[in-house]
Design a protein around this ligand. Sequence first.
Ligand code: MEV
Length: 440
Amino acid sequence: MTKTINGFSKLSKQEKINWLAEHFSTEPQTFIDEISGWQHPDPQVQRIVDGFTENAIANYVLPYSIAPNFLINGKTYAVPMVIEESSVVAAASSAAKFWQERGGFHAEVLDTVKLGQVHFRWFGSAARLREVFPDLKSVLLASCADLTTNMEKRGGGVRDISLIDFEQVEPNYYQLRVAFETCDSMGANFVNSVLERFAGTLEDFFTDYSALSDVERDVEVVMSILSNYTPDCLVRAWVECPISSFADLARSQGMDAVTLAERFAMAVRIAQIDPYRATTHNKGIYNGIDAVVLATGNDFRAIEACGHTYAGRDGQYRSLSSCTVQDGMFHFELEVPLALGTVGGLTALHPLAKRSLEILGHPSARELMCITAVVGLAQNFGAVRSLITTGIQQGHMKMHLTNILNHLAASEEDAAAAQYFFQAQTVSFSSVRAFLEERK
Ligand code: MEV
């Protein structure tokens, strides 16, 4: 039976499901029933969700969770998080509580520059291009006035255009690097529209500019697109406290506060030294960041791609967070680029993204940058704290146990007994199944 198809996108949703069932499932009717069950009961909502992509056949469900008690710059937030991994929300909530009692989290936006590029080839000399660039720049700026008016009213627009010369690495290759301020929107459509206008203007400019020779009129735009690397759309989040306020935590682990703080700082330094550890360390940070980014309808791929490039900005991939233990104080901070939006795109369309922003008190993009960075820092704090004390398996296994109990359809009573029993036992699928069998 052939498994290829022409015109899949033209089929109705039900036809798509039927075709998949027929060609890919060993139990077609169950497949159809199950997939058909993952639809929103309100057809209007379903239509909106289906509109996000093409060929949608169902909704893929992830938990929508809340991490409460985040005290950030003196304001308390309950933070929505969308994530499938056990322990992440529990760790965030626990870190939030821990720091709530120690002055809370602090965060500041360092800048909010978004970037875009027009990549082009030009066949005159680099020196000549630099000479005409001031004229080109004014023409470019004038050419996008109609596109930027509204953004300018909101305080944004094109901040600057620079000419970058890559002649030495790729003959005739240059770039217009354009800096934007997009206020509360992530701004991808705005940036890309302006860049495509610049591409056209660039070609016209060289054709029309009277003081150029024939070879200098020859320009070829390769592509125009925003850059997801926005090192100057940057936020810093930090916590600090006297080392002595780790006393209780340290005592519960059979350590003193200084040892705990220093071991924590050492763990963070290891992630600065070693890319293998740095990758996992930063992954833990993105456990928190991605969950908030998803919950608020932002683009987690863009956010991750940017953060990882930033983590390698000096030529080696390193930890995004840093920690100092000095003069009796513990200071832990995260500096991370986060090009986020709170208006437009999915933030306005996805019903739960809208609710997330409502729960967060309708934040500006800057405020959301602060909240998101703080959750990344909290997650990192929780992970490193576990790693240098109990290890992470204790927390993971507790959540894992719940998943296994759900999978085995344990009754409430059996589940409670299992939670109690496995406090002191190693959790595995077979050991939990054996425990439940015993109780029958
Ligand atoms: C697991 O998703 C994340 C951690 O591995 C992060 C870390 O090791 O720092 C716990």
